[in-house]
Structure formats: C-alpha cells, structure tokens
Ligand binder design. Structure first.
Ligand SMILES: [Zn+2]
Ligand SMILES: [Zn+2]
Length: 362
C-alpha cells in the first residue's frame, strides 16, 4: 500500500514483483476532491472504493458519471485493482483501502525517530521485541479460536444474517434471498456474490445464514490466516537481545568510523513530513479556561458573558490618540508621554508631529 510516490512504485515493482500493490484511497481522494469538490461525487468515490463486488462498483461509477463526466474519466485512469475492494486480489484477506495503519506505526516510533542511526535501530529492536512478547502473551489468554478483532466482524455478520432466508441448492451451493437481490453462495470455493467472503476471509452475512441453516461450526470457514493460531505464529519469532558492547569479542583490523556528518544549512527539521491531506495535530497541551467566567472551552476574548462593546474598549477608547489618562498623554497607540511634559514645549511638539502627523499642538 503506497501513496503512489513515483520512486516507490518503481521500487516495489522491481523488488516485490509478486506482491499485490494498493494505492491509499485517502490519498487518491485528496487529489480527487481538489479537482472535483462536489460533495455528491465525493461520497460516490468512497462507495466505489469500498464496493466489494463489480455490480455495486458500477452503480457508484455510473453515479459519478451522471454528476461529472470529468471525475469519472479521472478515476477510470487509475487501475481499479489498486483502489477498489472488489478488484483486490483475494489471496490477501485484508480489505483495507487506506494506509491508515502506517499512522499507528508512525505514532509508535515518534519518540525515537530523531535519534542517530544506531540508537534508532536499537530502540526499534527493543520496541519490536516488547511488542512481540506482549502480543504473544495476550493471545495465550484468548478463550476463542479467533482473535477479538476477527471475532467482532464474525459477530457482526452473524447478526446481519439472522433473518436472511436460504435455499440449499445441493452440495455446497446456496441461493440466498436477501431483498431486493438474490445472491449465490458456494462453500466449496468460499465465495459469495456479494464479494465480502472472498475479500475479508470471513463468511459474509449470506454465508452466515447458510451456516446457521446447516447447523455447523463456522470456524472452518474463516480463513486460516485469521485464526488465533496464525496470530500466535506471527509473534512467535524472537529478536534476541544483544549483550553490552563491553563484552563484545575484540576483532583485529581497521576501526570503522561513521561518515563525516555534513550539516545542512539552517535549522534541522525534526517533524515528519506530512502529506497535504494529513490532518495536522493541533492538539492543545492544556485545557482552555476562560479568565472571566471560569468556564472551559473558550477564553476571555471569546467569552459570551462579556458584552461585545466591552471587549473592544481597549483599542478604541483607552488608547485613543489625543486622550489624557491622568498620568499619561496618549499620542498614538505606541507613543505614550507622561503628562509632566509640557505640551507647549518645542520638543514635545516635534515628537508629537513626527509620531502622529494628524496631531497638532495648538
Ligand atoms: Zn455475501
Ligand atoms: Zn467566559
């Protein structure tokens, strides 16, 4: 899954020539909406991207075409198997259309990403080691054969399939009546016309209705890569700790030094470069509390309990040029003169005229 960076696409096709490659739909969408801001086509874009079968996809695309032909041709130029669920390879059993999951990786490494390379690798190793061990331990406590996230999807599809009527055609085939359409489910191939089973690796609501009809266990019909066993195997590997440098064996030969550190001009950038469509994290580190009414969520400048004329007082009234506050004489908002200066003096007149040409000393 990539954001279609040109160099990355080339590298992936060379290095991982057999891998499925998807484009992040959120990224495509950011481009798409900059050209076609109409909210109707924007919603249809997501419908097209999340379609699990060609029929739903075509409905969404025809909708886009009806609203904006330009938007339709723009999308048609992107290979469909890179951005719409229905065209994804069905071996993967992952239905993600966005690479939001890399955000969670980014936030994981946020505290260490500015470290020098050795500390960075070492910190990553420690983090991954901890994560592996934590997840392996956690999985041992699960009571079911499925990880909780898979279980949640199974429960959802089971609930949705509760009132669906099925006709057992024979062997492994079912006809499922789900108004307003009829879909076919084939257990020998683990597929349904709706497309969900083959893409998610979890029986869809139609297949769930069939499983209930047959009164059999659903576990054999969930893809094996989504099982608790597969989850535990994923985290079974260990990254062994490295002993302290002082106990490393001494090796003869030239000492290897790091390359000379060339500092680029200017202040070095610490923040990760974010994509234009990424949400900036303008999180406040404190709670905003009003100084006037002590309520949370606004400050004294935006306080609804202070009449609007009172807020403007400072600018328009207190610092009005030509006004005398008693101790000070205000010439301009920047030039305030103590009143013990004699306004008739030549010096005062010169300052006053220079600072505020409209001010005339009589
Ligand atoms: Zn289905
Ligand atoms: Zn207030």
């Amino acid at each position: 899954m990539s954001d279609r960076q040109k160099g990355l696409l080339k590298a992936i096709s060379e290095v991982f020539s057999n891998a499925f490659n998807r484009y992040c739909a959120r990224h495509i969408f950011a481009n798409f909406k900059s050209y076609f801001p109409d909210v109707k086509v924007r919603n249809l874009f997501w419908a097209a991207s999340r379609s699990t079968n060609i029929k739903d996809f075509n409905v969404a695309m025809e909708g886009i075409k009806a609203v904006d032909l330009g938007a339709y041709t723009w999308l048609k130029d992107i290979p469909v198997d890179n951005w719409s669920k229905h065209a994804f390879g069905t071996d993967v059993k992952v239905d993600h259309v966005t690479n939001n999951l890399t955000e969670s990786f980014n936030s994981q490494i946020d505290s260490i990403r500015n470290k020098p390379i050795l500390q960075l690798v070492e910190s990553l190793r420690t983090k991954v080691m901890k994560k592996f061990s934590k997840r392996e331990q956690k999985a041992k406590d699960w009571l079911t054969d499925l990880p909780p996230s898979v279980r949640a999807k199974v429960n959802k599809f089971q609930r949705e399939g509760r009132h669906i009527q099925v006709i057992h055609v024979g062997n492994s085939e079912f006809e499922v009546l789900h108004e307003p359409v009829t879909v076919l489910v084939d257990f020998s191939k683990a597929i349904c016309d709706c497309g969900v089973w083959q893409i998610y690796g979890i029986p869809c609501k139609h297949a769930m209705a069939c499983i209930t009809h047959l009164g059999v266990s659903l576990i054999p019909y969930v893809a094996s890569c989504l099982s608790k066993e597969a989850y535990m195997l994923t985290y079974a590997g260990k990254i062994h700790p490295i002993p302290d440098e002082s106990s490393w064996p001494q090796i003869k030969g030239d000492k290897v030094h790091p390359p000379a550190n060339k500092r680029k001009p200017g202040r070095s950038k610490l923040a990760r470069r974010t994509e234009s469509d990424e949400l900036a994290s303008h999180k406040r580190s404190y709670v905003l509390r009003c100084g006037v009414c002590k309520a949370i969520g606004h400050n004294k400048r935006t306080c609804p309990n202070v009449p609007s004329h009172a807020k403007k007082k400072k600018k328009s009234d207190e610092l009005a040029p030509g006004k005398c506050t008693g101790n000070f004489f205000i010439l301009t908002s920047r030039l305030i003169i103590p009143t013990h200066c004699d306004p008739s003096s030549l010096v005062f007149s010169a300052i006053a005229t220079a600072a505020s040409p409209q001010y005339q000393v009589q």
